[in-house]
Design a protein around this ligand. Structure first.
Ligand SMILES: Cc1cc2nc3c(=O)[nH]c(=O)nc-3n(C[C@H](O)[C@H](O)[C@H](O)COP(=O)(O)OP(=O)(O)OC[C@H]3O[C@@H](n4cnc5c(N)ncnc54)[C@H](O)[C@@H]3O)c2cc1C
Length: 331
């Protein structure tokens, strides 16, 4: 494992924003990941793991300690899952947004077909994972098509594709805790919530996970993936961004303000903020829950814009929008 110093991190993020990593390494294998964690522990430095960099904002002042780009990529179809397991479509905490629905594309029979366990390392890119598993005639993750990033980041935030959540598909996982000990856990460990998992709190590093996939209709799954990407492309910016900036509001908040949808974008739009620009950061015109980097944006432009949005939305609706993106480094 090679360790470099003072490497600019902006190119490792979809926002294309951010300062330097004090220490930097790329993990290509499980051993690299373990070595990186050991190095950080031995030198008593903070460890920061970055997957696809699609849900983070890195400070202009950079990040202290060791930043590791996770490129550990392995996929193994382990075989049939004979256990009779009921996979919930856990929607209890899911707030339907205005923009990303695809109820018409869901394969309602899929979860009743034969289940398979697939072991996937945390650095595997989601698009690659979807294509590879479909190629092996397994379905279930097509609903996350068009979402950038790695499996590690996806589990960290329990990503949502329409009303499907990645957390529902996790059978077990291997993690490393802060002391460098390897632990094996099952789904309950993660305490998956809306844009949330226990990884936000305990700073464990995900090494790999066993996913439950299905012998569903590959044709239908391919159609879903294709159509879903098409629909997302109509809304998502082509300029650098980090996806949705804020979490959607709860059903209770929606009722109080009598909003037609839970979408944070709706609140931002109705606070008159579409197109609002600070430095190189702009509220995206087509979908107000995105901030785009219109060129040379600093992290401080983004955080200033986030503050203005929060203030204006609060003034109008008395609701505090909670950022979905993760801030890294000193702000
Ligand atoms: C254009 C666009 C569209 C998007 N659409 C969606 C969408 O439809 N639904 C949705 O839910 N999200 C969406 N996102 C957000 C984002 O893509 C997801 O949250 C993604 O899963 C993040 O993965 P990543 O590998 O890029 O994580 P990163 O941004 O690299 O990291 C995010 C967090 O996860 C942690 N992390 C990463 N890997 C590990 C690991 N192995 N172990 C422990 N912690 C780890 C990081 O330390 C960081 O705190 C979108 C983003 C963009 C830019």
């Amino acid at each position: 494992m090679k360790i470099d110093k003072n490497i600019n991190l902006s190119k490792y993020t979809t926002f294309k924003i951010g300062g330097v990593a004090e220490f930097f390494s790329e993990a290509q294998s499980k051993q690299d990941l373990l070595d990186a964690i050991e190095y950080a522990n031995k030198n008593s430095m903070p460890l920061n793991i970055i997957g696809g960099g699609s849900n983070i904002l890195i400070s202009d002042k950079g990040i202290e300690g060791l930043s590791v780009i996770n490129k550990y990529k392995e996929i193994n179809i382990e075989g049939k899952l004979e256990e009779d397991i009921n996979i919930e479509n856990n929607k209890s905490f899911y707030n339907e947004g205005e923009y990303f629905k695809f109820s018409d594309l869901i394969d309602t029979n899929e979860r009743d077909t034969q289940k398979y366990l697939v072991k996937v390392s945390s650095g595997v890119n989601l698009t690659y994972l979807i294509n590879e598993t479909l190629h092996q005639n397994l379905t279930g993750i097509q609903y996350f098509s068009g979402i950038p990033g790695t499996l590690g980041g996806a589990i960290f935030n329990n990503i949502h594709g329409g009303e499907k959540l990645i957390g529902d598909l996790i059978y077990s996982a291997t993690l490393i805790d802060k002391k460098g000990e390897i632990i094996n856990v099952n789904n309950n460990f993660f305490k998956f919530g809306y844009d949330d998992s226990i990884l936000h709190k305990n700073e464990h590093i995900l090494i790999d996970a066993q996913l439950i996939l299905f012998e569903g209709s590959v044709e239908k799954a391919k159609e879903t993936a294709h159509e879903w990407i098409k629909r997302k492309r109509n809304i998502q910016p082509s300029l650098p961004s980090a996806g949705s900036i804020f979490k959607n509001i709860t059903n209770e908040e929606k009722e109080v303000i009598q909003a037609p949808v839970n979408s944070a974008g709706w609140l931002i739009e109705n606070a008159g903020l579409k197109g609002k620009t600070i430095g190189g950061a702009q509220v995206y015109q087509k979908h107000a829950n995105y901030i785009v980097n219109i060129g040379f944006a600093k992290a401080s432009d983004v955080t200033n814009l986030i503050e203005v949005i929060q203030e204006e939305v609060f003034k109008k609706f008395k609701i505090e929008l909670i950022p979905e993106i993760i801030l890294k480094g000193n702000f």
